[in-house]
Design a protein around this ligand. Structure first.
Ligand code: ADP
Length: 267
């Protein structure tokens, strides 16, 4: 079993991954694809006159402040345009993809955090009315049902809170929990960077290997959302996943290339 997560940041290409996964699926491998749509959410939010607001928590993690209206825009971008574009790309290649969000069947479930403590201009501030959450449980049974019948599950945030509310959840964490829940051997996290870089502006500064026990030593290199990818790797490895690979989506055969060791291999 292989779990692939492709980021939805602007500049992350989808087509190479779709083409590559088509071949991998035809060779008979069980695959689940998780995707983001953060770039599209920003574009749509601007168009609808509700520009995105990013906040940094006191622990230094960046996230999108998601009030009810933002959650609805988020759903339009993720479950709507983002998810359906990927499902359509697979259907054109005769791969029977089924697109679902983590809210559907509670595939991604967790605790809602309706208040977050942020740092703004050096000051602590509590923001309420946030529809965000952290995936703690996955509905592996539903995903397995689809896989057993030959479908390719194409999954995305939002997830479901324990109260059944739609919540903005981090896609990397969701993919990691899913990889653990499905007992996947490998988790590939694709984005617009070749992996963890020592210097963000230098693609040649790639960290090519991280032993599982040394992840913490590499945390200081990761800024912003890259931190979440390393944290996701910890979740997956603790959950029994053998290898987590951070790699670029913008190369030919991104998944095959990652599996052959191009990227940051965490093991
Ligand atoms: P996703 O597409 O999955 O949402 P992100 O865009 O959030 O992925 O995460 C990748 C981003 O992380 C890169 O574009 C880069 O700007 C940022 N980043 C921060 N620190 C690092 C680092 N040390 N190495 C690589 N990327 C980093």
């Amino acid at each position: 079993m292989l779990i692939v997560k492709i980021g939805g940041g602007s500049g992350t290409q989808i087509d190479p991954t779709v083409a590559d996964l088509t071949e991998i699926l035809r060779a008979g491998r069980r695959v689940v694809l998780v995707h983001g749509a953060s770039g599209e959410t920003n574009v749509l939010a601007e168009k609808l006159g509700k520009p995105p607001r990013f906040v940094t928590s006191v622990s230094g993690i960046q996230s999108r402040y998601t009030d009810r209206e933002t959650l609805e825009i988020f759903e339009m971008a993720y479950c709507g345009k983002g998810n359906k574009a990927i499902v359509e790309a697979f259907q054109r290649r005769r791969i029977n993809a089924v697109g679902l969000s983590g809210l559907d069947g509670r595939i991604f479930e967790g605790k809602r955090k309706d208040a977050i403590t942020i740092l703004e201009g050096g000051k602590r501030k509590v923001l309420r009315g946030d529809y965000t959450g952290k995936v703690e449980r996955v509905n592996a049974g539903l995903v397995t049902l689809l896989l057993d019948h030959g479908y390719l599950p194409v999954l995305c945030p939002p997830g479901a809170s324990y109260e059944g509310e739609a919540v903005n959840v981090d896609g990397d964490t969701a993919a990691a929990e899913l990889a653990a829940g499905l007992k996947a051997e490998e988790l590939v996290l694709l984005s617009n960077v070749p992996g963890l870089l020592r210097q963000l502006d230098d693609p040649n500064s790639l960290v090519d290997k991280i032993p599982a026990r040394a992840i913490d030593d590499f945390m200081p290199l990761a800024h912003g959302r890259m931190k979440r990818k390393l944290m996701a790797a910890v979740i997956a490895l603790r959950g029994g996943v053998r290898r987590v690979i951070l790699a670029s989506a913008n190369v030919e055969q991104p998944v095959t290339s990652a599996l052959s060791g191009h990227g940051t291999v965490i093991q």
